[in-house]
Design a binder for this molecule. Sequence first.
Ligand code: ACO
Ligand code: KIV
Length: 601
Amino acid sequence: MPMLKEPWKKYKPFKSGEEKWRYFKMLCELGYKEIEVSFPSASQTDYDFTRRLIETPGAVPDDVFLQVLSPCRPDLIQRTVDSVRGAKNAIIHIYLATSACFRQVVFGYTEEQTLELAVECTKLVRSLTKDDPSTSGTNWQFEFSPETFSDTDPDYVVRVCQAVKAAWGPNGEAGDQIILNLPATVELATPNVYADLVESFCNNIGDRNDVCISLHPHNDRGCGIAAAELAQMAGADRVEGCLFGFVSVFILKAHGRLLTTNSNGERTGNVDLVTLALNLYTQGVSPNIDFSNLNAVIDMVESCTKIPVHQRAPYGGSLVCAAFSGSHQDAIKKGFQNRKRLGLTSQDPWNDPWNGMPYLPLDPQDIGRNYEAIIRVNSQSGKGGIAFILQAKLHLDLPRGLQVAFSKVVQRRTEEVGRELLAHEITNLFKTTYFLHKNPYFSLLDYNITPDRSASPMLAPGQTQDTKSLIRIFDGVILVNGEEVKLRGRGNGPLSSMVAALKEVGVDLDIHDYKEHAIGEGGNVKAASYIECKHTHSNQIVWGVGIHEDVVQSSLIALLSAASSFVTSRPTSPILKPTTNTIVQDKPKFISILEEKANGM
Ligand SMILES: CC(=O)SCCNC(=O)CCNC(=O)[C@H](O)C(C)(C)COP(=O)(O)OP(=O)(O)OC[C@H]1O[C@@H](n2cnc3c(N)ncnc32)[C@H](O)[C@@H]1OP(=O)(O)O
Ligand SMILES: CC(C)C(=O)C(=O)O
């Protein structure tokens, strides 16, 4: 992506209520239960959006809380509460900075003045909500944020929150604890320091069961996730954050309660809820949030914010499920092959979510990613990754020697083109290299394999009637460089008789290795054959590949593919001189052409 000259010009809040509407719906579908939808006192648009949610039947699921945010200013609190009148579930969230810096620099308040303002505003919220019988149809919750918590004297912040808690009064029905939200408004220190402050707060706030302790980490030092995770271990119950750290503020409670604001632009953003949730997932803990189609979430986030999710963003980045380096690809390929065999897989994903898979922290399919995208091939790649692609795309299980040989072909091509080769380019290169599309040198037109009855088969020492070698005759018509040529050879099987026939046109190969396997099953099954040959005189090794419904034909095609590989690897060698006992009557044109080539004409 080209660097933007003035990137901030691209970064916009939600363009329209429609985008925010769609976004809200997506959050509900993902499973978030507390969604901070607006700062209603800031603009008519935010206010109207909140009203629309409440007034549209069915827009807000019954178990979702709409959270709205306000500073500790009575006029703004009044408007904020008005915006959620009639909601089934609502959280009024007010905030006030408590640090010495903010008290002195921004507000000019003493410690006591700040505490009194927080208490006064809490009482105002209470009088407008749970103490007002006309609003009894709403299930009210209250949240207070001592903004700049992590820069505030720990004893003082506990004192403010205890006073706020007392002002809010006793909890109502079970579960409606007061939410005390502890923002690292700016991330100022290492994450363990934030976690220590949270732990100390949990230990000192009192009546711990009546309080929901919430985290609100930012990411100024790049430690938002670590801060959130350590602080949860230190005792917190709930986390506020955003998808990919930007867009909106969401709140994730331990059992999947969440929330969002419309804010799009706090420096490095809030803690990333995608990473947080999927970090839990990879530990075998369900976050109760459904990221099984993460790409759709990314599309929505990017289209609403115009901020691209970075290619290396944890879990969501486009390169995260991709491996370019050879040793990684090899290990991943072996993981796919061996996990099952070694009994490392489990029917119960929560017992054993993704055991025995090197390098991949989770199954890419769990977040809607494709296995085929995992292995990407450039000049850093080795045989394992290439074999993985051929297996995935063409269902070919290449023998190790062929993997090595073909990886050299791919390596040369990646260096020539100076970039990654895409999967379809690799499969095409394979088909061209081994003449699977078309074989211009040797192509089998017709053949017959018959037993040689000219003499009784002799039993060699150690052979039985069952294991004795029967002599076979290959009679075939092969299109050689465009010319039809009749060839005949004798051997103890179809392949060796064709090897003998090829000698008649100067192709002098010995079969070194042979492997075949089925592709597919049922009526559509095909045979894939792989042949490694050694040239009798030069000792050069070549590979051939054949695919055909008929297993014998597949092996013969593989042999012709190997013969052709030999021709293309040594185009100037006079390899195709007919011998005296050839069955071919006329010297075919292809021989003349190759001879001319060999003679440098
Ligand atoms: C911590 C966070 O990031 S929360 C998200 C913050 N988001 C936003 O601020 C976006 C929405 N905000 C707005 O639209 C506006 O700032 C409004 C509507 C809240 C206020 O607008 P204005 O009245 O014009 O005030 P303005 O924005 O210029 O300045 C903020 C004022 O609120 C005061 N203030 C700031 N935070 C708080 C707070 N938590 N509680 C009480 N007063 C506060 C400031 O001291 C300042 O007061 P002053 O006018 O007496 O100097
Ligand atoms: C309002 C509070 C929670 C906030 O956004 C912050 O401190 O970052």
